[in-house]
Write a protein that binds this ligand. Structure first.
Ligand code: TXE
Length: 481
């Protein structure tokens, strides 16, 4: 079975202690490869390689950095099928989703920042005939990038691309739950001629490798996507070291549906915003608030559509719902379904593990689940479940909908369905969230600021926001008389 390797100083190498972690295929529940169980000595090697490469890479002309990144983007596209299958096997998501979303977006991430850097400029401020100020923006040095298991290559490249485009070198750690496509990316970086030490990938546990990256004195900046609890731990370690932090954390996103919505379009999109990637996207709308006059109609049609979704082998084109990412995560999601029942919820469909036949009998499958009858302030409606589970509840007024929508510790995304233009702008203006979709979901323009408020994180990714994050501004003032 394949032993994944670290990518350090341009080479694929074993972890220093030659220890490995079992890597499970969630669809079958079986070990199918091994992950380096790296430690701080491997992080030390990676930081040394990144530090040694920094002077040369940060002084490489933008056009050359851009050319190499475009080559990586092309190689991702050329290897789309191989990467999509690898992502699906590693994460449990339908291969159709990996083929349509995850891998094309990884290619776009590299392409977007390979071109974005060519248009990135800084400002100058003139003081009439007295002085001129100009702002220099320079790369920070060695960037630490730590990413999660839900959209493995998509989120891994979303951090790495702006970091290296702006001239930084990177020490990156993908999730130990889904390391495979990061490993395949390192092979593509070698093929693209990315200079050694620019990108270093150290595989392993968060509490060993992730914490060593966070605490390393020669890594002045951390870009993290993952759980709120882990984000708080990273902030606790990084804050007294005055590190620059970008934290993209959890969400508990409301999906507010008014009676005047385009019902057919709303139902179709809400199935997706509820259960795409088995509900394991921080942007999913897991709390569905429906105007009372259409609540019964919505409940009937939504549950009927959910019951039609095929849960099965991620490699089967007909599967809409694959396996959740791991056994512990499956148990966490199932425990929240039990909690919902204890809190007075009624399970309208799903609510249980699905046991498939044959080679999939040990896989981690959960039936897409819809629960009603809960209060807005119960734990099920306040805590991030991050699985194929949504709650639905009626509301009577805009004020009530807004109160429920804004009632959690999170503030990442919100979805809103109404054909009333004034109401759409009025509600969007009052929602506590960083991203709001109106009559759509997951429509993404990479130039837009991406991130949340409250416990959903700190800072923004995307567009020039990311290039600002990965660079330090310096103001130079010259007296001219
Ligand atoms: O995240 P973790 P997990 C939420 C979701 C999920 C929960 C936990 O609710 O159930 O987070 O998921 C590394 N220092 N989201 O386990 O633990 C870890 O190895 C440094 C929302 O994936 O946060 C991995 O590479 N690094 C999120 C990465 O952090 C540490 C997407 C994320 O792991 C570390 C995923 C430490 N002490 C989960 N501990 C989103 N916003 O999309 C762990 N890591």
């Amino acid at each position: 079975m394949l032993k994944i390797k670290n990518y350090i100083n341009g080479e694929l190498i074993e972890p220093s202690k030659k220890q490995y972690i079992d890597n499970y295929n969630p669809a079958t529940g079986k070990v199918y490869s091994f992950i380096p169980d790296s430690d701080e000595s491997d992080v030390e090697l990676a930081v040394a390689a990144a530090s040694a490469a920094f002077h040369s890479w940060s002084n490489t002309p933008k056009d050359e950095r851009s050319r190499i990144m475009l080559k990586i983007s092309e190689l991702i596209e050329k290897n789309l099928e191989r990467l999509a299958v690898a992502e699906s096997v590693d994460n449990g998501k339908p291969v159709s989703l990996a083929r349509m979303v995850d891998i094309p977006r990884a290619a776009s991430n590299f392409h977007f920042y390979a071109t974005g850097i060519l248009h990135y400029a800084a400002e100058s401020h003139s003081m009439e005939d007295t002085a001129i100020n100009y702002t220099l923006r320079s790369p920070v040095g060695v960037a630490g990038c730590i990413s999660p298991w839900n959209l493995p290559l998509y989120l891994f490249t979303w951090k790495i691309a702006p970091a290296i485009a702006s001239g930084n070198c990177v020490v990156a750690k993908p999730s130990e739950v889904t390391p495979m496509t990061a490993y395949l990316l390192s092979e593509l970086c070698i093929e693209a001629g990315l200079p050694k030490g620019v990108l270093n990938i150290v595989h392993g546990y968060g509490h060993k490798v992730g914490s060593a990256i966070t605490a390393h004195p020669k890594i002045p900046l951390i870009s993290f996507t993952g759980g709120t609890k882990t984000g708080a731990e990273i902030a606790r370690v990084a804050a007294p070291m005055f590190k620059k932090l970008s934290l993209e954390l959890g969400g508990k996103n409301p999906n507010i549906i008014f009676a005047d919505c385009d019902f057919e379009k709303m139902i179709k999109t809400t199935i997706n915003s509820s259960f795409a990637n088995q509900g394991q996207i921080c942007l999913c709308g897991s709390r569905i608030l429906v105007e009372r006059s259409i609540y019964d109609k919505f409940k009937k049609e939504f549950v009927a559509s959910v019951n039609k979704m095929k849960v099965g082998d991620p490699a089967d084109a007909a599967s809409r719902v694959g396996a959740v990412v791991s056994k512990p995560h499956m148990e966490k999601v199932l425990s929240y379904i039990e909690l919902a029942k204890e809190e007075g919820g009624t399970v309208l469909c799903g609510g249980h593990q699905i046991k498939l036949e044959g080679e999939f009998s040990e896989g981690y499958y959960i039936a897409p689940t819809v629960i009603e009858g809960l209060t807005a302030d119960c734990r099920t409606n306040q805590e991030e479940i991050f699985g194929p589970v949504v709650t639905i509840m009626p509301f009577d007024t805009e004020e009530e909908a807004l109160k429920h929508a804004n009632s959690t510790q999170y503030g990442l995304a919100s979805i809103l369905w109404t054909e009333n233009l004034t109401r759409a702008h009025r509600i969007a203006n009052q929602l506590h969230a960083g991203i709001i979709w109106i009559n759509c979901w997951l429509l993404r323009d990479l130039r837009t600021p991406f991130g949340g408020v409250k416990s959903s994180g700190v800072g923004r990714e995307g567009g020039f926001e990311a290039l600002n994050f990965f660079t330090e501004p310096k103001n130079v003032c010259i007296k001219i008389k």
